[in-house]
Design a protein around this ligand. Structure first.
Ligand SMILES: Cc1cc2nc3c(=O)[nH]c(=O)nc-3n(C[C@H](O)[C@H](O)[C@H](O)COP(=O)(O)OP(=O)(O)OC[C@H]3O[C@@H](n4cnc5c(N)ncnc54)[C@H](O)[C@@H]3O)c2cc1C
Length: 472
């Protein structure tokens, strides 16, 4: 087989998989050599595969790019193709619906594949889940699908994305065992389908206070929800609203990078202003510019040390909210429907007068119960069982936080003996523990460009551009 005909299997079907296809094909890889395995429309994934019109991108359009040299492409596409969303336009930028971003990704994919021309303009997409991966006799990989099929490939790219969130507490067996109560627990709210079943008189507990919680609140507000919504979070702070920040260059970081120095730089660089202020947010964005270089220079212990001290600030201010969602939450809070409870959920039990009774622990350690009809898990925290199986199988190594697999700066999976696997790569948010701040769509695009550049060099012998793209 000619090297250019080597097969590439992409496991996962979200944005990471779609941009990888786009950049691989633009780098000269034949579409017919690419196979995708993953549910749903290619490009939608957990992040953008939602129908609800209140689930919005949390950054303005110009930050949702596939090509760094065409950062306004989505904004231009949106102006030409989105005609039913006047609310997208806000003072701090245009915040479109996530489902519309999925449409944009599909249109880019269609164009790139069409440009690749016959007879190789079709990729293969199996809407299954990969349950296992092992080495094939050929020296490549063999993936097992949940329908029993086996697929072999010379190269595999893991793009499994954001794992399904887990319950952060004990869930009583009786609640799970009864179909009547099990359906009242929404473990993964990202696709928004649960909203079709909730009536406006249902008492709802939302677990977590991040962007997913805000999406849920916004969608309930639009549906004119009347009954109490309890938002359960130990600190109870909602994310700050995105301002119209404009960042300058990065700060000068102290050398050599150490957790204490990085922490001090954050403290000294952020101005003494509210986090909602555009100057504060601009400073935060400037700190992000070179943060991955700082991260790369730390060993595992230092990374854990840094996150113990900086993690709260990072998770609270890195992920800011679309203005529309904060406005909806404020409205519901003012009307008394949204009740923010500073409490941790410890157990979900069957209720007496309501289907569910929640055990909570308050800020001072005091216990209390809450009776509700639905519980929506908006914590976003989960473990990917497939990636865990690769650790068990000795194919990869767990990262410093036990969340994903260790990867090199070139996205290659690191084996237990420390060597890098040249034909097993990863793209997407699961690389965060290894590479740092790589969760955003734009960072995923950069990773796809890097991987495509390396493939092109390896498989079709074309040179790399400075940004990881390919010289024509
Ligand atoms: C709800 C949500 C909203 C977000 N909004 C934004 C935003 O507005 N802006 C931004 O920049 N970033 C946002 N992000 C960050 C997001 O991580 C990236 O932008 C990017 O979309 C990640 O794409 P992905 O394909 O890696 O992950 P995902 O979107 O999680 O998709 C992964 C896909 O792989 C599939 N899969 C998983 N395991 C397997 C398996 N074993 N076999 C086959 N298929 C599998 C999943 O079913 C899913 O379809 C958001 C993330 C989430 C979760």
């Amino acid at each position: 087989m000619a090297v250019a005909d080597q097969n590439i299997l992409i496991i996962g079907s979200g944005f990471a998989a779609a941009v990888t296809v786009i950049h691989l094909v633009q780098a000269g890889i034949k579409p017919a050599t690419i196979t995708i395995v993953g549910p749903g429309a290619l490009g939608a994934g957990n992040a953008y595969g939602c129908d609800d019109k209140d689930f919005r991108l949390n950054v303005r359009a110009a930050l949702m790019w596939i090509w760094p040299e065409k950062r306004d492409d989505f904004g231009l596409w949106a102006k030409a193709n989105i005609t039913d969303d006047p609310e997208a336009v806000q003072n701090s930028g245009n915040f479109y619906r996530r489902r519309d971003f999925a449409r944009y990704v599909k249109s880019c994919l269609d164009t790139v594949l069409a440009d690749a021309g016959a007879p190789h303009n079709g990729i293969t997409h199996h809407q299954q889940i990969v349950t296992g991966l092992g080495t094939a006799d050929s020296g490549g990989w063999q993936a097992s699908l949940d329908d029993g099929r086996l697929i072999t490939a010379d190269h595999v790219i893991l793009a499994t994305g954001n794992p399904t969130p887990q319950w952060p507490c004990r869930v009583n067996h009786a609640v799970m065992a009864s179909p009547a109560t099990a359906k009242l627990l929404v473990q993964n709210p990202w696709d928004g389908r649960w909203l079709d079943h909730v009536t406006s008189g249902s008492r709802i507990a939302i677990i977590g206070s991040g962007l997913t919680a805000l999406d849920a609140i916004t969608a309930l507000a639009r549906r004119n929800h009347q009954a109490q919504i309890y938002l359960l979070a130990p600190h109870g702070n909602l994310p700050p609203v995105q301002a119209d920040w404009v960042k300058q260059g990065p700060p000068i970081w102290p050398k050599p990078p150490r957790p204490s120095k990085i922490l001090r730089r954050f403290r000294s660089y952020l101005p003494d202003l509210p986090p909602e202020d555009s100057r504060w947010q601009a400073a935060f964005e400037e700190l992000r510019i070179d943060i991955n270089q700082q991260w790369a220079a730390l060993n595992d212990d230092d990374r854990r040390r840094l996150m113990r001290r900086l993690g709260w600030l990072w998770s609270r201010y890195r992920y800011r909210a679309a203005p529309q969602t904060i406005a909806a939450a404020t409205r519901l809070q003012q009307s008394g429907i949204l009740d923010i409870c500073h409490a941790r959920l410890t157990a979900i039990n069957p209720g007496d007068d309501t289907p569910l009774r929640l055990d909570l622990t308050g800020a001072a350690g005091e216990g209390r119960c809450l009776d509700v009809d639905y519980v929506i898990n908006c914590t976003g925290a989960g473990q990917d069982p497939f990636l865990a199986s690769l650790v068990t199988a000795g194919i990869g190594v767990a990262d410093a936080f036990g969340k994903g697999l260790r990867v090199t700066a070139d996205n290659q999976i690191i084996r237990p003996d420390g060597s890098a696997s040249k034909n097993l790569l990863m793209i997407g948010p699961q690389m965060a523990s290894s590479l740092g701040d790589v969760v955003a769509a734009s960072e995923v695009s950069l990773a796809a460009i890097r991987v495509a550049g390396n493939f092109a060099e390896q498989l079709v012998g074309r040179g790399k551009r400075h940004d990881g793209g390919i010289d024509a």
